[in-house]
Design a protein around this ligand. Structure first.
Ligand SMILES: [Zn+2]
Length: 271
């Protein structure tokens, strides 16, 4: 599932290609996307994209007057450009023709991805957006700590909760907890302040390294240019159950936290 580094990579790839492009037509929108977007085609045609941005795992096409088109890629969503005038290839659910002869496509094999057009006011009213926690790459230690220390939930569950901190999913939660030496089942209120500082530092370095690597391609994720990311080659715990810990050699174990498979080192990561 695309997490913060993957969505950031896609946004950075699309930004120079989409900025100042005008939508000329919407040749295709699949029924499941059209359902909640009856007027999308009518409202988006003739509008000029002013920028591409990200918040948490959401990607925005920015239009004038603070209107945005928000994409949530969920499990298998992909965005990219192709020549306009071609029929949609398999699993493409939305095509936006642009004034330079290209078309933006939204491809999504599992169909869990969503998109929607929002006015600035409506976006702020959207509960999912309104309740998003701070950005992990911009948050200061005090704000981050306040969102963790009062909570009894396990730290892995807190990191995955988009209301606590935005953009983190299974991969980057596991990798940063390993780097910080924190067991994923540790209750938030049992983590000492210096360990929380270590966790925020680990989270930020993992995310920055992953962005620099173009994200992690474990299944469907590709950059806007169709390339694979390479951060998966440096995973230290994610997907490595039974393999020796890179630090101490102990076989890595898995457990379930918040319904998600969680890989960790039973000797390096302590409660
Ligand atoms: Zn270890």
């Amino acid at each position: 599932m695309p997490e913060l580094p993957e969505v950031e990579t896609i946004a950075r790839g699309l930004r120079p290609l989409l900025t100042d492009r005008t939508v000329t037509s919407v040749p295709f929108i699949a029924a499941h996307l059209a359902k909640g977007n009856r007027d999308l085609a009518r409202e988006v045609i003739g509008r000029t994209i002013r920028g591409v941005s990200r918040r948490g795992k959401l990607l925005f096409l920015e239009f004038p007057e603070q209107d945005v088109m928000a994409f949530h890629l969920r499990m298998t969503g992909r965005l990219g450009l192709m020549p306009s005038g071609l029929p949609p290839v398999s699993h493409v659910h939305l095509l936006l023709d642009l004034d330079d002869g290209t078309a933006l496509y939204f491809q999504d094999q599992r169909k869990f991805g969503t998109c929607g057009l929002f006015t600035g006011k409506d976006l702020k009213r959207w509960p999912f957006y309104r309740n998003l926690g701070p950005e992990p790459l911009g948050v200061d230690l005090e704000t981050f700590s306040k969102r963790i220390i009062g909570k009894k939930s396990r730290i892995k569950a807190l990191l995955l909760d988009q209301r606590v901190i935005a953009g983190i999913g299974n991969i980057y939660a596991d990798e940063s907890l390993f780097r910080a030496g924190i067991h994923p089942a540790t209750p938030g209120n049992r983590i000492a302040p210096d360990r929380l500082a270590g966790l925020l530092g680990a989270l930020q370095s993992v995310l920055e390294e992953a962005i620099a690597a173009g994200g992690s391609s474990i299944r469907d994720y590709r950059t806007a240019a169709g390339l694979v990311g390479t951060f998966q080659n440096t995973f230290q715990v994610y997907g490595r159950r039974g393999l020796p810990c890179v630090s101490c050699g102990t076989p890595l174990q898995t457990t379930k936290v918040a319904g998600r498979t969680t890989c960790f080192c039973p000797s390096c990561q302590v409660i």
